[in-house]
Design a binder for this molecule. Structure first.
Ligand code: ATP
Ligand code: MG
Length: 630
């Protein structure tokens, strides 16, 4: 079956299509109904079916592949590599689950997990899934306040944490952050379970509250913990969006629909079959980390690589070395990470045998054409595939599906809709579908397919207002601005909030960023619109350069060239009014440009919710250059 037929069937006969896909996972009890859409836009998949994510990710593979590697956790921070087979994973997860049970955690209880990319983070997630506890993983790089907000929201029975994280060789003790978060929240967990790597011998434990994983494990080692069979629509986990556009939203995911979506996406999009190797460079704290560092590859019976460390340490070749060492077939990373590598010596791309590396998938942000071309040329035989999705969707909305039929890659576009996604681009005002080549808002016709969020945790009203109330018709939208071509390929132009209206011409930030990035000196660009008396808005540009230069004249000349490049490529209307050269751009912890804060500063407004800002210095520098003028 070709791609078109596969996709058409998923839209025209969703129950038939998903009923078939559901056979890829183990059901303790067969679903009574494939889809219940009696309360739009809420929908329930696989109603009455009983299953378990941990059973599907671990137990189910024991007979056929107990001795196969399930998880390889590589840390260039602690210089440790742990190779864990499915049989060993079963043991680790059961021991962990036994400790959770001993601490009084049960079905439906929330557990907050605050850990870096270490094997125990995956064990803890799977252990929660096994007993039906709802995990909420908080990115290990978040500060106390972010942790406190997520604890408040989840009201967890337990917090599981590492003693410390490490970044570029610098230890970041978690205990002081945990103590501060617990002091700030109104619902501190009764226990904090600490997985101690010996990185932080200094911090004192709080008697009665803090418990040590290794000590408790020793008491329960070897226990087989029974699987909790959950109804397909019970919550499996909570996860917050990146907070690029405002306060993060607590995405709630189900069990059965998610398992089926993971199974489908692994073979059809990532082209991974049992026994093959996938390397995802994400952090377990993000949506990509949940789906493709843990659940997807393990449900598929594949081997997954979890990496803790910088992409440039010990040198810029580390990820390619890992690909060569483990015969990685599919790698998954982000455009931001590739732009970091772009500043490194290109020789690293050719130092290792990458003959097994079929695909590099990139997601999370627009993949600009210059970056795509650079990595594609550098890697030679590897196919670069952009894919577009959201924390909300849990798996790609737009991608190419080499496991079904490989369609041509068009750089600049994440490709075509994946199964179950009935997409269109509509006019913001009239709600009408726009013709190919015309810009508009990307919307999804509900019901949302399996794997997508079921609601915002404890907040159905926010689910409706954030995603379903933008248009007269009941349509899902996260308000991304897009354009489709004659072949049905979608190009994402940025968020509708970021659209720049210059004298009546609507320009996506992404189009201008792409043009700026085609200048050879540019490493990364952020474009925003600022109010202008004459034109309504004008674009202004912030850039980082591949090679920093303090020479003001040279910078001035480069800025002029960039303005000309944009005008040449997109027309005079798009010509940036100003170009500011900075050392770093403000980003969220998940690596996304915080354009709304740049814009607020440029218009002398309050920069808004900065709880997910990565490096405060970047924003301070922007303040300084704005005050000084270009
Ligand atoms: P918040 O919803 O809290 O404002 P966020 O939207 O950045 O934050 P995520 O779920 O991490 O939270 O990101 C999803 C968004 O990232 C998409 O809506 C889109 O704007 C952008 N995005 C993801 N992948 C791509 C891609 N391949 N090309 C272009 N944009 C992408
Ligand atoms: Mg969003």
């Amino acid at each position: 079956m070709g791609y078109e037929e596969f996709h058409r069937r998923s839209i025209e006969d969703p129950e038939g299509f998903w009923g078939e896909q559901a056979q890829a996972i183990h059901w303790h009890k067969t679903p009574e109904r494939i889809l219940d859409y009696s309360n739009p836009p809420f929908r329930k998949w696989f109603v009455g079916g009983e299953t378990n994510l941990c059973f599907n990710a671990v137990d189910r593979h024991l007979d056929a592949r107990g001795d196969q590697l399930a998880l390889v956790a590589i840390s260039t921070e602690t210089n440790e590599t742990r190779e864990i087979t499915y049989a060993q994973l079963y043991r680790e997860v059961n021991d962990f689950a036994a400790v959770l049970v001993a601490l009084g955690v049960g079905r439906g209880d929330r557990v907050v997990i605050y850990m870096p990319n270490m094997a125990e983070a995956a064990f803890a997630m799977l252990a929660c899934a096994r007993i039906g506890a709802v995990h909420s993983v908080v990115f290990g790089g978040f500060a106390a306040h972010n942790l406190a907000l997520r604890i408040d929201d989840a009201a967890p029975k337990l917090l599981i944490a590492a003693d410390a994280g490490s970044r570029g060789g610098k230890t970041i003790p978690y205990k002081p952050l945990i103590d501060a978060a617990c002091a700030e929240t109104t619902s501190p967990p009764p226990h904090v379970l600490i997985v101690d790597r010996g990185l932080d011998p200094g911090s004192a434990r709080i008697e009665g509250r803090d418990v040590d994983y290794a000590t408790l494990r020793a008491q329960h080692a070897g226990t087989d913990v029974p699987v909790a069979w959950l109804e397909s629509n019970e919550p499996s986990y909570l996860l917050y969006t990146s907070g690029t556009t405002g306060k993060p939203k607590g995405v709630q995911r189900d069990v059965g629909g998610y398992a089926v979506a993971m199974a489908l996406s692994m073979w059809s999009i990532y082209d991974i079959r049992p026994g093959q190797v996938m390397f995802t460079t994400s952090d377990v704290g993000w949506a990509v980390g949940h789906s493709y560092n843990v659940y997807g590859p393990l449900i598929a019976g594949a081997t997954v690589i979890l990496y803790e460390g910088l992409p440039t340490s010990p040198d810029g070749g580390i990820w390619w070395k890992i690909c060569a060492d483990y015969g990685v077939r599919t790698m998954f990373s982000s455009p931001t990470a590739i732009r970091v590598l772009k500043k490194q010596d290109a020789k690293f791309l050719t130092q290792y045998d990458l003959s097994k590396l079929e695909y590099l998938f990139l997601a999370g942000e627009p993949l600009d054409e210059p970056t795509a071309s650079w990595i594609s040329a550098g890697l030679g035989g590897t196919t670069i595939i952009d894919n577009y999705w959201q924390t909300e969707t849990g798996w790609p909305v737009l991608a190419l599906m080499p496991g079904v039929e490989m369609k041509p890659v068009k750089f600049g576009s994440p490709g075509l809709p994946t199964p179950g996604y009935d997409l269109r681009v509509i006019d913001e005002v009239t709600g009408e579908r726009v013709p190919p080549g015309t810009k508009g808002v990307l919307v999804i016709q509900p019901p949302l397919p399996p794997g997508c969020m079921t609601t915002v945790w404890k907040d159905d009203a926010r689910f409706l207002s954030s995603y379903f109330s933008h248009f007269e018709e009941l349509l899902y939208s996260s308000l991304d601005w897009a354009i489709q071509d004659e072949d049905g390929y979608t190009f994402i132009l940025g968020r509708t909030d970021d659209v720049i209206n210059v004298a009546g011409h609507r320009l996506g930030t992404r189009e201008i960023e792409e043009a700026v990035s085609s200048h050879p000196a540019v490493a990364e660009a952020a474009v925003i619109g600022v109010a202008d008396e004459l034109k309504g808005q004008v674009p202004i540009v912030f850039v980082t350069l591949k090679q920093a230069s303090a020479d003001a004249d040279a910078q001035h000349a480069t800025a002029g060239e960039m303005m000309r490049t944009v005008a040449d490529q997109l027309g005079a209307v798009a010509r940036p009014a100003r170009v500011y050269v900075v050392n770093a751009l403000p980003k969220t912890r998940s690596g996304k440009l915080l354009r709304r804060s740049l814009q607020a500063l440029a218009e002398s407004r309050d920069p808004g919710d900065l709880s997910t800002l990565d490096d405060p210095n970047a924003l301070e520098e922007v303040r300084r250059v704005l005050a000084r003028g270009a």
